[in-house]
Every structure is written in C-alpha cells, then in structure tokens.
Design a protein around this ligand. Structure first.
Ligand SMILES: [Fe+2]
Length: 371
C-alpha cells in the first residue's frame, strides 16, 4: 500500500520470504529500490570440496593450529558437511570491508571470544562472547568485532534454523520447561536508517558462488519492517540446563533445530543427584547420527585429551563414550563446568582436506585401556 517519503515519493516495499510465499515472512520499507544495481562481479566458487573416500574413525581437529585469516565471511574454512549443512571454522583476522548476503541458506554463527555489533537491514544487534547469531537467508549484514582475532563457527543450513517445536505450545510460545525463554532471544535493538546515495558493495553467496554486487545507495536503507523473518542473538550463557536425578540424554541440550540436524549447548550445570548416579554419559552404539562437538573450554567430563577449541567428530557406525578412567573419575562430582557446542546430523558428514590439516591422528587410540 502507499507509504510515502517526506518528499511525497513512495517508499519501496520488499517482501522477505524464505519458503515461497507460505513460510515466515517480513515486509521491509526502503528509501531506494533493492533491485537497483550498477555493477556486479563474479568472485568465484565457494563450493566445499568434500573427500569421498575417508576411512571410518573418530576424529579430533585442533583449531588451535589455525592461523588468523580473512574476515567473518572470507575467513570461513569449511571442515565438514553434507546435503543439509556445512560446518565452517574461522579464526578471523580482519573486519568485513563489505556487506554480505547469504542466499544459500540460514546461518547460525557461534562467536566464541569477542563482542561486537551486527549491522543488518533489520537493525543492529550487539553481540557478546558466547553468542549464537541466527541469520535468515537473504539478510544483508556486516559484523564488526571489538577485538581480533576471533574464533567463530559458521553453520550454513539448507533448511530454516528454528526453535525446537517440543519447546513450544500450540501458539508458538516457549513453554516453561524449555531451557530458554523469549526474553533470552535478542532481536535487533535499533534501526539506523542510511538514506545516503553512496556506492556500496554487497557480497552475495548464491548457488555456492560469491558475486559482488554494487548498489548506488547504502543497502541499510530500511525505514521500518514487520514480520517473522529477522536475525537474533542468543547467548550460550543464557541456556538454562535441564538436570535430573539420573543421566539426561543429549536432547535436553538442544538449542536449535535444522532440517537434518540439531544444534545443542553443553553448559555448566549441576550433575545427576542419585547416590549411585554415573554422571558422565554411557557408551552409545551410534548408528543414527554423526556427532560434532566444539569445546569452548577444556573441561568436558567424558573426554580426555581435548583442548579449548578442539573439535571432535564421532561418526555413525562405531560406538563412542567416555575414555578409560573418565567414568570412575567422575563419580561423586556434583557439577560440571563444561561449555561446548554440538551439532548432531542425521546423515553422515564428509570432511574436507582443510579438516585433515588440523587432525590429531592419534585420537582414535584414546579409548585403548592403559594409555
Ligand atoms: Fe555422544
């Protein structure tokens, strides 16, 4: 409908839909037309190259061996993925010089160790160390960090990233037993409006390629919007763990749902309080999912030999569980300080050559008794 600028001209309306015209959507009102482009340049492929013939074994990747590289987009090194998602790791060296738009999927970024701000067409979000940023496909944004380098995980999801349905009532509201509430989700705080006609570049990811678009105006020219599509932040430190008398299975750690995978947060918490409880997990036969864990510190109860920044991949097909001694050592503990991000995928993940460069080749031996 007609919505006019102070000079009488129309604001430009844009529907931001993510699943045809039946899924979540927002409507934005722009000073300029989002279709106005004065140049584009093909920047090249960013398609991950997966290794097809890797043997089946447990993996341990040491991200401490990464060197600072690129910005929050160009510095992403894809380590693994499948048709549902990719997991990229970054040790970010530089600030983003341009805006970015990912049209290939939703992004869930986990910012390990810096604060900063995310400017976007929906407004600005201030983020802190330990924040997840959930960014719907098509969102134009730029991250600026307070300090560099920054460790970051970037999960790119081909389906939408959502709040698990079982945490919500029939109206979509989070239930009281969910491990977080709406209060913990932080949408954009303010909407700075950039009306200036100044050439601005937006790097677009689509079809696994990067293309640099130049607009004759600043792309954050939205004067207002409403709807259900917008980025938000959620702090891993605001996740309120569910604890029990006896071992609680991994779904209690679930934070987000994606098609073909889940994202979970393992947070400091009180441990199982039955007098005969074993407070670390059982062995798991694991024929149903690949499990990837990123350790934000070195205090993970069931793991030995991992470091802050380690990634473990326990693939489907072989059991995994606590290393020898970990179960006995944990008995009697009343709390854990572990902090980790986990992605469990329904379909097997394939590694990249970049992942193998970070690998601790001896990890599979860490279950041998007496070592
Ligand atoms: Fe597991």
């Amino acid at each position: 409908m007609q919505f006019r600028q102070p000079d009488g001209s129309l604001y430009t309306e844009q529907l931001i839909s993510t699943r045809g015209f039946s899924g979540p959507m927002s409507t934005t009102y722009h000073i300029n037309s989002p279709t106005e482009v004065i140049a584009w340049e093909d920047v090249g492929s960013v398609a991950p190259v997966y290794l097809e013939d890797e043997p089946l074994r447990h993996r341990h990747l040491l991200t401490e061996n990464m060197v600072p590289l690129g910005d929050a987009v160009t510095g992403r090194i894809t380590l693994m993925g499948n048709q549902d998602l990719s997991w990229s790791q970054a040790l970010i060296a530089e600030q983003m010089p341009h805006f970015y738009k990912n049209a290939d999927g939703d992004e869930c970024l986990f910012i390990h160790d810096a604060g900063g701000k995310m400017e976007s067409m929906f407004g600005t979000i201030t983020f802190r160390p330990g924040d997840y940023l959930v960014i719907p496909r098509g969102t134009i944004y730029k991250l600026t960090f307070d300090t560099l380098p920054v460790r970051m995980i970037a999960v790119l999801s081909h389906g939408p990233i959502e709040i698990p349905k079982r945490y919500r009532n029939e109206y979509g509201q989070l239930l009281e037993h969910a491990p977080f509430t709406e209060r913990d989700l932080r949408p954009p705080e303010e909407l700075p409006v950039h009306g200036e006609r100044v050439e601005t570049k937006v790097l677009i990811r689509a079809r696994n390629r990067h293309t640099m678009y130049t607009h004759p105006y600043h792309p954050l020219d939205v004067v207002g919007w409403d709807g259900y599509v917008f980025p938000y932040a959620f702090s891993i430190h605001d996740f309120s763990p569910i604890t029990g008398k006896l071992h609680m299975p991994p779904p209690i750690h679930q934070t987000f749902y994606g098609q073909g995978f889940v994202i979970c947060s393992f947070c400091p918490r009180m441990l199982d309080y039955h007098p005969d409880a074993i407070v670390v997990p059982y062995n798991h036969s694991n024929v149903d999912s690949d499990e990837v864990l990123y350790y934000c510190n070195d205090k993970f109860g069931s793991r030995k030999g991992i470091k802050e920044g380690s990634i473990t991949l326990h693939p489907l097909g072989i059991p995994h569980g606590p290393q020898p001694g970990a179960t006995e050592a944990a008995i009697g503990a009343t709390k854990t300080e572990e902090l980790a991000v986990m992605v469990d995928t329904h379909r097997p993940l394939k590694l990249t050559a970049d992942a193998l460069k970070l690998e601790d080749p001896n990890y599979w031996k860490s279950w041998i008794t007496g070592r």
